[in-house]
Write a protein that binds this ligand. Structure first.
Ligand SMILES: Nc1ncnc2c1ncn2[C@@H]1O[C@H](COP(=O)(O)OP(=O)(O)OP(=O)(O)O)[C@@H](O)[C@H]1O
Length: 912
C-alpha cells in the first residue's frame, strides 16, 4: 500500500494522498494500522511528534487566496460612486477642461487605493482574531493526555474527542463511540454515529463508520482516534471549498449607507444635469462654464470616502472588543450589539465565577458544615465517595484535573475526606442537561454499583430507599424542604444516590439502571457571583437593557444569585421549565411584556430557543449566551449568540456570533457599549462629511442664478482639495472618538432606525452647512467688494483677476475654517464640548493640524497655487478667518444646549 509507505528520507509515514488511500486505512486491521503509523495507544513520543510536525507542516488550512491587489483596486474603480466620478471626468475632458479631467481621475485612483488599504486593514483586524482563541485538541503523547494547539497535531497522534468538541484532523476511531455533526462536509445536519468498527464494504471515506473528519463536531459520546491526515491533506483541505470562518457580507449599516450615498450622488447628478440647460438658457452662461458648474455639483455631492471609512470604523470596533475579551466573528455584529435591548444570560460561569466549592452535606445521619471546618462523618464520606466515582474528569500530564467545575468540587471534597478512590468504570450515562443527572457504573472491591448524581428534583423520583429502608413520602418532603432552604441562599444542591448492580445484565438501558436507587444524601456547593457583575447589571439598567436569566439550576438558587447581582424587581416571577412548557405562546408573550426582568429556572436548551423567538417577535434585539451542544440552535437564532471561550464547547463557539474569552457577563455589557460607540461615531463622521456640501453648492447656485454677474466663488479644483485633502484625516479621527457621556444612559435604538435620518441631515446640511455657507459667501463677497469689484465686472482677466483669485481662496479657506468648527461640533451628538473635553481625541487635533498645513500649502506653494487657482490673501483677510470655526461650532453647541434643555424639561414634566 503506497499510502502508508514511509517517505524517503523521513521517518514520518506518508499521509494518504487520495480518498482511496483513506478508505483503505479505514478498513485496515487496527493493530497493523497503528504499526504502519508507528504509533501505539500510548501515543507518539513528544520528540517524534515534533519531528513529524517539522516534516508535514502545521495542521492548518492554507488561507483563502485573497483576490489580488489589482482586482481589488479595479473593483473600487468601477463601483457606482466611482462610475459617477468617471462621468464627471469625461464631461470635463469633453468640455475642454483637461486639467480638471486629470484631477478627477487622480481623485478616483486615490480613492480606490485608499479604500483598498482601509478594507485590507479591516480584513486583517478580523483575521487576527483567531489568535485570541487558538483551537486546541486533546492528545495522548508519551502515555499521558495533554491539551495542545490543534495546529500541532500530526499523523499518528492519538486524539481524544468528546461531546461538544470539534474534530481537528481526519482520524480513525479506535475506541468508544460518538455522534458527529458532519454538515460542514455533507450539508446534512443530522448527526451520524461513528464507532471503532471498520466498514464491511468499500465505499467513499466520508461514509466509513469509523472515520472522523476535520471541521466536524462531536455532539455526543467520546472516543479515542488515531490521526490519519492533517492540514491540507484532510478531506476538508482537499475539497477546496474551505469554509472561511469569517463571513464578510455587508452589514445593515453598510447597506443603508450605500443606499443613501447612491441617492445623494444621484441627486448631485440630477442637479448637475439640470443646471446645464438652466445655466445656459436661463442665466446665459457659456456652455463650458455650465458644464464646469455641473461637474462641480456632482463632485461636491459624491460621498466617495464614506463606505471604506465605515468598514474601517467597524473593524476598529472589532479590535477594541477583542482587547476587552469579546471576539466577534463578523463586522456587522458590532453594530447589532449597539442595538441590543435584551440580554438573556445563563448563570453558571457567566454571572458567577464557576468556581464551585462544597459547603455542606446532608445525609440521614445529619448535616455536616464542611466550610465551617466540621469533619465529614462516615455517611457523608460514603456519599462523597459515590459522588467522586460519578465524575468525568481528565488528569492532564501536568497533574492538573480538568473538567466540569461541579465535578471538580465534588472530587476535591472527596479528596479532603480521603475517599476519592477511582473505581473501575464499566459504563457511563453522561450528564444530560435535559435530564439534569449523570450515572456511572463502577466496579469496586464491594461489587458493581450504579452511582447517580444530579438535580434533587430529578434524582429523588428515581430513589426508593434511604438509610437502609424505603424512602417515605415524608422523608422525600423533608429532603426537598432542605434543598429549598439551601438553594434560597444561592447554593447549588445535588442529590447523590446509588444502587447495587450485582447480578444485573450489562448493557442495560438508562432507565433500567436509574431506578430503585438508594438516596445517600445532598451536597450543597457555593459558586459566588463575579464581583464585576453587579456594576455591569446596573449599567444595563441605565442603558434600558433588560436582563433575563435562563438557567438549568434550581429556581431558588437562580433567584438567590439574581438578587445578589441586582437582576429583577422584588415581585419578579420565577418560571420553571415545567411552567414554561405549560404556557401558550400568547401567555409567554404577555409574561415577557409585563415583566421586564425574569428568571427561567430548570430550563432546557429548547426553552432558550422559545424565549429567543418570543423576544424577537416582540421586536427585541437579543444577545443570548450558551455553552452546550444543545444551545447551538438558540445561539444561531439570537441576534447575537454569545459563546464562552473558556467553558463553552466548540459547537457553541461555532454557532455563536461573539465569543467571550473570559466567560464574563460584564464583557457582554462592554461589547454593547462598544457597539453603541461605533454606531455613534459612524454618525459623527457622516455629519462631518456631509456638512461641506452646502457651502460648496451654494456658491455655485449664486453664480448660476445671478447669470454669471457674481463670479464663481470656488473652483472645482478647490472643491477637490477639500473633499480629498483637508477633510480626510479629521473624518477618520471622528471614527475613533471616545464614548460620549450618556452613551449608556439612553435606551437602545430601534432595530429599524436608519443610520442617516432627517434630524441628522438637518444638522449637517442645514445648521452646520448653512452657517458655513452664509459665512463663506459673505467672506467671498466682502473680499470682492472691498477690492473694488461691482456685480457684473469681468474677473477672468485684467486687474480684477487677482482679486477674484484671492476671493475664491477666501471661500476655500473659509470652508476649511468652518470644517474645523464642524469637526469639533460633530464630536458629540448631544453632550456639550465641556463634558467631553477639547483634547480627548488627540487624533482629531492632529487631523486638524494636517488640514491647516495642507490648506496653507495649497495657498502659498507656487505650483499648488497654479494647480488650484489660489492667491495669497491679505493679512486682514486671514484674520477674518479666525472667528469662523468658533461661530460654526458655537451655533451647533447652542443648538445642542437647547435640545438638552428641552429634553430635560420633557423628562421633568413626564416625572411630575
Ligand atoms: N456534572 C453534573 N452531574 C450531575 N448533575 C449536574 C452536573 N452539572 C449540573 N448538574 C445538575 O443539572 C442542573 C442543570 O445544570 P446545567 O449545567 O444545565 O445548568 P447550570 O450550569 O446550573 O446553569 P446555567 O444554565 O446557568 O449555566 C444543575 O442545577 C445541577 O443540579
Amino acid at each position: 500500500m503506497t499510502a502508508t509507505a514511509p517517505r524517503s528520507g523521513s521517518l514520518t509515514p506518508a499521509a494518504p494522498s487520495s480518498p482511496d488511500d483513506t478508505e483503505a486505512e479505514a478498513r485496515e486491521d487496527q493493530a497493523r494500522l497503528l504499526a504502519t503509523l508507528r504509533t501505539s495507544l500510548d501515543g507518539l513520543a513528544q520528540r517524534e511528534a515534533a519531528r513529524r510536525l517539522e516534516v508535514d507542516g502545521p495542521n492548518a488550512l492554507t488561507a483563502h487566496r485573497r483576490s489580488g491587489l489589482a482586482a481589488e483596486v479595479v473593483s473600487q474603480l468601477v463601483h457606482p460612486l466611482a462610475a459617477l466620478l468617471w462621468v464627471a471626468a469625461a464631461l470635463a475632458a469633453v468640455s475642454g477642461s483637461a486639467p480638471l479631467a486629470g484631477a478627477i481621475v487622480v481623485v478616483i485612483l486615490l480613492n480606490a487605493v485608499f479604500a483598498v488599504i482601509q478594507e485590507r486593514h479591516a480584513e486583517r483586524a478580523v483575521e487576527a482574531l483567531s489568535s485570541y482563541l487558538p483551537a486546541t485538541a486533546r492528545v495522548v503523547r508519551d502515555g499521558s493526555t495533554s491539551v495542545i494547539a490543534a495546529r500541532d497535531l500530526v499523523r499518528g497522534d492519538i486524539m481524544r474527542v468528546a461531546e461538544g468538541e470539534s474534530v481537528s484532523a481526519d482520524a480513525r476511531v479506535i475506541e468508544g463511540s460518538l455522534r458527529v455533526n458532519m454538515s460542514m462536509l455533507t450539508g446534512e445536519s443530522a448527526p451520524v454515529s461513528r464507532t471503532a468498527s471498520p466498514p464491511r464494504e468499500v465505499g467513499p471515506p466520508i461514509e466509513a463508520g469509523n472515520l472522523l473528519f476535520s471541521g466536524t463536531t462531536c455532539t455526543q459520546g467520546n472516543a479515542v482516534a488515531v490521526v490519519l491526515a492533517t492540514g491540507m491533506r484532510t478531506e476538508i483541505g482537499r475539497i477546496a471549498a474551505l469554509s472561511q470562518r469569517v463571513r464578510t457580507e455587508d452589514s445593515p449599516l453598510e447597506r443603508q449607507v450605500k443606499r443613501v450615498a447612491r441617492i445623494i450622488a444621484l441627486v448631485g447628478l440630477g442637479l448637475g444635469l439640470a443646471f446645464v440647460p438652466i445655466g445656459t438658457l436661463a442665466a446665459g452662461l457659456p456652455l463650458q462654464d455650465a458644464v464646469t458648474f455641473a461637474i462641480g455639483l456632482l463632485v461636491a455631492n459624491v460621498p466617495e470616502g464614506l463606505l471604506p471609512t465605515i468598514t474601517l470604523a467597524l473593524a476598529v470596533g472589532v479590535r477594541v472588543l477583542a482587547r476587552q475579551g469579546a471576539i466577534v466573528k463578523r463586522l456587522s455584529a458590532v453594530e447589532t450589539l449597539g442595538s441590543t435591548s435584551v440580554i438573556c444570560t445563563d448563570k453558571t460561569g457567566t454571572l458567577t465565577l464557576n468556581q464551585m466549592q462544597v459547603q455542606r452535606t446532608w445525609t440521614p445521619g445529619g448535616t455536616v458544615d464542611l466550610a465551617g471546618g466540621e469533619a465529614a462523618d462516615e455517611r457523608s464520606r460514603d456519599m462523597l465517595r459515590a459522588a467522586a466515582a460519578c465524575t468525568d474528569l481528565t488528569t492532564l500530564g501536568d497533574g492538573i484535573v480538568s473538567g466540569d467545575p461541579t465535578e471538580t468540587a465534588l472530587r476535591a471534597a472527596a479528596e479532603a475526606a480521603g475517599v476519592a478512590d477511582t473505581p473501575q468504570r464499566l459504563a457511563e450515562f453522561p450528564f444530560d442537561p435535559e435530564l439534569r443527572r449523570m450515572t456511572t457504573i463502577d466496579r469496586d472491591p464491594s461489587g458493581v454499583w450504579a452511582h447517580t448524581k444530579g438535580a434533587p428534583e430529578d434524582v429523588l423520583p428515581l430513589c426508593s430507599y434511604v438509610d437502609g429502608g424505603p424512602l417515605s413520602a415524608e422523608e422525600r418532603d423533608h429532603v426537598l424542604a432542605m434543598v429549598g432552604t439551601w438553594a434560597a441562599t444561592g447554593l447549588r444542591v445535588l442529590a447523590i444516590a446509588r444502587r447495587s448492580l450485582d447480578g444485573a445484565r450489562s448493557g442495560s438501558p438508562r432507565d433500567h439502571v436509574e431506578r430503585d436507587l438508594e438516596l445517600l444524601g445532598l451536597v450543597a456547593m457555593i459558586d459566588p457571583p463575579r464581583p464585576e457583575v453587579r456594576d455591569a447589571v446596573e449599567r444595563c439598567h441605565h442603558a434600558g437593557i433588560r436582563l433575563v436569566v435562563i438557567t438549568g439550576d434550581h429556581a431558588l438558587t437562580a433567584q438567590g444569585i439574581a438578587r445578589r447581582v441586582g437582576i429583577g424587581a422584588d415581585d419578579m416571577p420565577l418560571i420553571t421549565g415545567r411552567d414554561l412548557d405549560a404556557m401558550s405562546e400568547r401567555q409567554l408573550d404577555a409574561l415577557l411584556t409585563e415583566h421586564s426582568e425574569l428568571v427561567f429556572a430548570r430550563s432546557s436548551p429548547e426553552a432558550k430557543l422559545r424565549i429567543a423567538d418570543a423576544l424577537r417577535s416582540l421586536g427585541h434585539v437579543i444577545a443570548m449566551t450558551g455553552d452546550g451542544v444543545n444551545d447551538a440552535p438558540a445561539l444561531r437564532r439570537a441576534d447575537i449568540g454569545v459563546a464562552m471561550g473558556r467553558s463553552g464547547t466548540d459547537v457553541a463557539r461555532e454557532s455563536s456570533t461573539m465569543i467571550l474569552t473570559d466567560d464574563n457577563f460584564a464583557s457582554i455589557v462592554s461589547a454593547v457599549q462598544a457597539g453603541r460607540q461605533v454606531y455613534d461615531n459612524v454618525r459623527k463622521f457622516i455629519v462631518y462629511i456631509f456638512a461641506h456640501a452646502t457651502p460648496e453648492v451654494v456658491p455655485f447656485l449664486l453664480y448660476a442664478l445671478s447669470g454669471g454677474r457674481i463670479p464663481l466663488p470656488l473652483t472645482v479644483m478647490q472643491i477637490l482639495a477639500i473633499d480629498l485633502g483637508t477633510e480626510t484625516l479629521p473624518a477618520l479621527a471622528l471614527g475613533r472618538e471616545p464614548a460620549e457621556p450618556g452613551l449608556m444612559d439612553k435606551p437602545p435604538r430601534r432595530r429599524t432606525q436608519n443610520v442617516i435620518d432627517g434630524p441628522m441631515l438637518a444638522r449637517a446640511w442645514g445648521l452646520l452647512g448653512g452657517t458655513s455657507a452664509v459665512l463663506v459667501t459673505g467672506l467671498f463677497l466682502w473680499t470682492l467688494v472691498d477690492g473694488g469689484w461691482s456685480p457684473g465686472d469681468d474677473v477672468s482677466r485684467g486687474p480684477l483677476h487677482h482679486l477674484w483669485e484671492q476671493a475664491t481662496t477666501m471661500t476655500f479657506l473659509g470652508i476649511v475654517a468652518c470644517q474645523v468648527g464642524t469637526a469639533v461640533a460633530a464630536r458629540t451628538q448631544t453632550a456639550s464640548l465641556r463634558e467631553v473635553g477639547l483634547t480627548t481625541n488627540p487624533m482629531l487635533l492632529w487631523g486638524i493640524a494636517f488640514e491647516l498645513v495642507f490648506s496653507a500649502g495649497v495657498v502659498v506653494v507656487p505650483p499648488l497655487q497654479r494647480l488650484f487657482g489660489t492667491a495669497v490673501p491679505s493679512p486682514w483677510m486671514v484674520l477674518a478667518l479666525l472667528p469662523l470655526p468658533l461661530v460654526t461650532w458655537g451655533v451647533d453647541e447652542l443648538d445642542r444646549g437647547l435640545r438638552r434643555r428641552r429634553r430635560s424639561l420633557r423628562t421633568t414634566v413626564a416625572n411630575d
